[in-house]
Write a protein that binds this ligand. Sequence first.
Ligand code: ADP
Ligand code: PHD
Length: 565
Amino acid sequence: MAIALRFAATPPRLAAPIPPTSAPRAHGGVARVGAQGGTRRGRGLAMAAADSARCRAKREGDGDGVLAGVAVHGGTGAEGEDQLSVVMKFGGSSVSSAARMTEVAGLIQAFPEERPVVVLSAMGKTTNLLLLAGEKAVGCGVTRVSEIEEWNMLRDLHIKTVDELGLPRSVIHAKLDELEQLLKGVAMMKELTLRSTDYLVSFGECMSTRVFAAYLNQIGVKARQCDAFDIGFITTDDFGNAEILEATYPAVAKRLHGDWIRDPAIPIVTGFLGKGWKSGAVTTLGRGGSDLTATTIGKALGLREIQVWKDVDGVLTCDPNIYPNARTVPYLTFDEAAELAYFGAQVLHPQSMRPAREGDIPVRVKNSYNPKAPGTLIAKGRDMDKVVLTSIVLKSNVTMLDIVSTRMLGQFGFLAKVFSIFEDLGISVDCVATSEVSISVSLDPSKIWSRELIQQELDHVVEELEKIAFVHLLQQRAIVSLIGNVRKSSLILEKAFHVLRRIGVNVQMISQGASKVNMSLIVHDSEAKLCVEALHQAFFEGEGDGDGDDRLMAEFDEENLRLEL
Ligand SMILES: Nc1ncnc2c1ncn2[C@@H]1O[C@H](COP(=O)(O)OP(=O)(O)O)[C@@H](O)[C@H]1O
Ligand SMILES: N[C@@H](CC(=O)OP(=O)(O)O)C(=O)O
């Protein structure tokens, strides 16, 4: 029996407008929390805010049509004027130049009734430039710091931006001077620790927010620059990949809300940064961490919506750099988005969905280059009945380990031993598949920020595992993750394997996550891109898999698609 999902005459409305969620009008979460003053403390403050936000969440009709999908208040909007209402996070690509900052300011001004908290990343590729400048400083000697190309590039970019925006250079001078001193210090010490690396990269966000806040003030939009490490972002001391601690929520809520009540001005918050709770030093949240800053603020204040503005039309069906025919996914659940991010889709920070899910605050992914595009709405639930596949994610450069024990049959404790070895060595496992006598696991090198999982560490793992099993180390593998409706897993896998057989690719391991939204296939790195292309064509482009009959579309619309069995 052939299973085929077909379009009827018209294609699915992939770009269907997203109904905006409504803004708080009265009894907003933050106001309630504020009104209770000191009686609610700690986590209760944030949770109260989140709870009341949840209570008031409801859907409204479409916005004004200018920026599809983004909520625009109707009515007077007067009742909620004492509260911040949304988070708007703009990534590096959105604020990469003076022209871009002007555009972003325009986006904020397009919603005069919103009271946003703005989170900014560093301008363009500044974080990469800072990392490279730091590496070069280690080996170049103090007198040659001024010749480091990356330092010159990022200094020139910021000065040019300030000039073009018509701001005084003093807005940026102090930070640039400090940064130069830091690079000289690194050159002098010939050493760059993880801690000093975090301090170094923090200059990116510290500068972009200062420039942008100054610009907003100049054009008459009252704004206040805020360094996340000074407004309550408290993290572990894992430099490069710090985790946000629970105490952050009440601290951030209290500070942002308190400042707003005292002196209403749009907070312009540095993304990606925090303060280590033991060290008191600046920490970073892992690459792309500004998304997490935004969702943390959203949960802390119990805001109506979290917007993350990028350079793509939303979350797409695959990475457009791998396959340009990627399409926008209109809706996602928090689980789907988290899985997608976790398995390597650069578009969202892997941990960023957690606060949004906990606070039940919808996240909207929008394109600052194309604000009219509806974007992607990520929320707690959606009707999964009609969902087959949502997105294909590729993670390359993965290492796989086949661990075989003849003693595993009927034994207990083998899995525990294997995983305790990974734990002892601090190595993160992505996918796992087990049989009676063997375990296959995949390891993710990117878990260790800014360096590869080095050969020495791999050799060490193998050496330890060989004490209890036969081990095969397989490198240059890739995980192709199919994010979708696992209740339709047979359908998805049937189609996927059909496609893979046709293109002559052998799957080396399969893993289906307990989250029930992800099926991962491990293939050789050299075949991975081809797999993504072929799978995308089959699942999303209706080109079938070559047999000319069965077409399986990933996300479909009731009116436009019927299911034929
Ligand atoms: N599934 C996907 N959907 C959308 N973008 C993706 C996807 N996978 C990878 N990307 C990449 O993520 C980029 C956006 O994420 P990011 O660079 O972190 O944005 P920003 O810096 O603006 O926050 C896109 O330009 C795109 O190249
Ligand atoms: N600037 C940091 C943090 C960040 O979130 O950036 P972006 O939003 O541009 O991905 C980075 O490059 O990792």
